[in-house]
Design a binder for this molecule. Structure first.
Ligand SMILES: NC(=O)c1ccc[n+]([C@@H]2O[C@H](COP(=O)([O-])OP(=O)(O)OC[C@H]3O[C@@H](n4cnc5c(N)ncnc54)[C@H](OP(=O)(O)O)[C@@H]3O)[C@@H](O)[C@H]2O)c1
Length: 344
C-alpha cells in the first residue's frame, strides 16, 4: 500500500483501502459475544472505534482519563444505538498507580476480555515528566500500555481458553515510528532533557508500540508451540494475537501541540488525510475481521499488512525494550509502595 493507494483509495489485497470506513470494514460481523477495552475511547479514533464496535455488538469498556468527555462519548454512542453496551472506567496511562486501579476496577466487573485496543496517545508534547518521572510520551504511549497489557493478559488468556474465541491485542502505532532517535530507543537517556526532541520522542514511543506488539506476539507463539509439543494443548494453548497499526493521518486533538501548523499543512496536502471513520477502519479491521484469524506480529496500514521500519523488525531491540520496560515499571512500583518490590 503506497502513496498512490493512499491518495486514490485503491483497495489492497484485503479488499479494503485508505478510503474504507470502520463501519464498512465490519459490515455483517456479529460481535455480540465479545468484550473490548479501548483506551482513549472518549475522543478521536478511539471513540469511533468504540462506537462501531458497539454497533456490531461488542461490550465496549472505555478507559478514559477525562470521565466528563467519556460520558459525552457514551451519550452520543447510545443516542445512535440504544442497545449499545458501553462501560466507562477512569484510566490515566501516564500513571502506574492509575493503571493498577483501572485493572482492579475492571476485574471487579467480572467481565471476560477478548479485545484490548491500546489506542490512547499523546503527541509532540513539550518536554515533561509523568507523575512517575518518565518522559511523558514514552510513559503514556508505551509504558502505560505495556503495563496495562501485562496486567490484563491472564484475564485474556482465561477468556480465550474458556470461550474458544481468539483474543486480539492491538497497539495503535504510527508511520511516525520511522522518525525516532538514531539508536531507536534511548535506553541510557530516556529522560534526558538536553537532547529531547518532541517529534523524535513521539517516533520513539510509536516504534516502542510495534516492538512491544511483536515481542508479545513472539512470546505467546513460543508458549503456543511449546504447549503443542510438550504439554496438552487443551490445557495451555495461548489463543491470542498481537498486532500494531498505523491509522492514517487524521486531524484530531492529537495535533493540539501543532494545531496551527497542521491546519496549514493540511490545506496543501488534503489528499493525504483521512476522516475519523476512515481513521478507525484499520483498528476495527484488525480487531474484528475473521480473515485475520491467527495473524499475529504484523503491522497494518489502510487495512492491509505492510512492512514497518528495520528497527521495528529488530527482535533483539524488542527483547531489550521488554526487559527495560519491566525494570522501569518495577522501579516506579518500588518507589510507590515504599520498598515493596512489586513485579508486573
Ligand atoms: N490522528 C492521527 O493522525 C494519528 C496518526 C498516527 C497514529 N495515531 C495514533 O492513534 C491513536 C489515537 O489518536 P487520535 O488521533 O484519536 O488522538 P486524540 O483524538 O487526541 O485521542 C487520544 C485519546 O487518548 C487519550 N489520552 C491521552 N493521554 C492519556 C492518558 N495519559 N491516559 C488515558 N488516556 C489518554 C485522550 O484523552 P484526553 O481527551 O483526556 O486527552 C484521547 O481520548 C494515538 O495512539 C495516536 O498516536 C494517530
Amino acid at each position: 500500500m503506497g502513496l498512490y493507494s493512499l491518495i486514490t483509495g485503491r483497495r489492497g489485497p484485503s479488499g479494503f483501502g485508505s478510503a474504507t470506513s470502520a463501519e464498512e470494514v465490519t459490515q455483517r460481523i456479529d460481535a455480540t459475544h465479545l468484550t473490548a477495552i479501548i483506551t482513549g475511547g472518549a475522543g478521536g479514533i478511539g471513540m469511533e472505534t468504540a462506537r462501531v464496535m458497539a454497533k456490531r455488538g461488542v461490550h465496549a469498556v472505555i478507559g478514559a482519563r477525562n470521565i466528563g468527555a467519556a460520558e459525552n462519548a457514551k451519550a452520543e454512542i447510545l443516542r445512535q444505538n440504544t442497545n449499545a453496551r458501553v462501560t466507562l472506567l477512569h484510566l490515566d496511562l501516564s500513571s502506574v498507580k492509575s493503571i493498577r486501579a483501572f485493572v482492579r476496577d475492571f476485574h471487579a466487573l467480572h467481565l471476560p476480555l477478548n479485545l484490548l485496543i491500546n489506542n490512547a496517545g499523546v503527541m509532540f508534547c513539550p518536554y515533561q515528566l509523568s507523575e512517575d518521572e518518565i518522559e511523558l510520551q514514552f510513559a503514556t504511549n508505551h509504558i502505560g500500555h505495556f503495563l496495562l497489557t501485562n496486567l490484563l493478559l491472564d484475564t485474556m488468556k482465561t477468556t480465550a481458553k474458556t470461550s474458544g474465541v481468539e483474543g486480539r491485542i492491538l497497539n495503535l502505532s504510527s508511520i511516525a515510528h520511522i522518525y525516532t532517535y538514531k539508536e531507536g530507543i534511548k535506553f541510557d537517556s530516556i529522560n534526558d532533557i538536553c537532547c529531547y526532541s518532541d517529534k523524535r520522542a513521539y517516533g520513539q514511543s510509536k516504534l516502542a508500540n510495534i516492538l512491544h506488539a511483536n515481542e508479545l506476539s513472539r512470546q505467546l507463539q513460543v508458549a503456543f508451540t511449546h504447549t503443542h509439543k510438550h504439554i496438552h494443548l487443551s490445557e495451555e494453548g495461548v489463543n491470542i494475537t498481537v498486532n500494531s497499526v498505523h491509522p492514517g493521518l487524521i486531524l484530531t486533538n492529537l495535533f493540539q501541540h501543532t494545531a496551527l501548523l497542521m491546519r496549514f499543512l493540511k490545506f496543501f496536502s488534503f489528499y493525504l488525510w483521512k476522516n475519523i471513520p476512515q481513521g478507525a477502519a484499520t483498528t476495527c479491521y484488525v480487531a474484528l475481521h475473521p480473515t485475520l484469524k491467527g495473524v499475529t506480529g504484523k503491522y497494518f496500514a489502510d487495512c492491509n499488512e505492510v512492512t514497518p521500519s528495520k528497527l521495528a523488525r529488530d527482535e533483539t531491540l524488542a527483547r531489550k525494550l521488554w526487559d527495560f520496560s519491566v525494570k522501569l515499571i518495577n522501579s516506579v512500583s518500588k518507589k510507590n509502595y515504599l520498598g515493596f518490590e512489586d513485579t508486573i
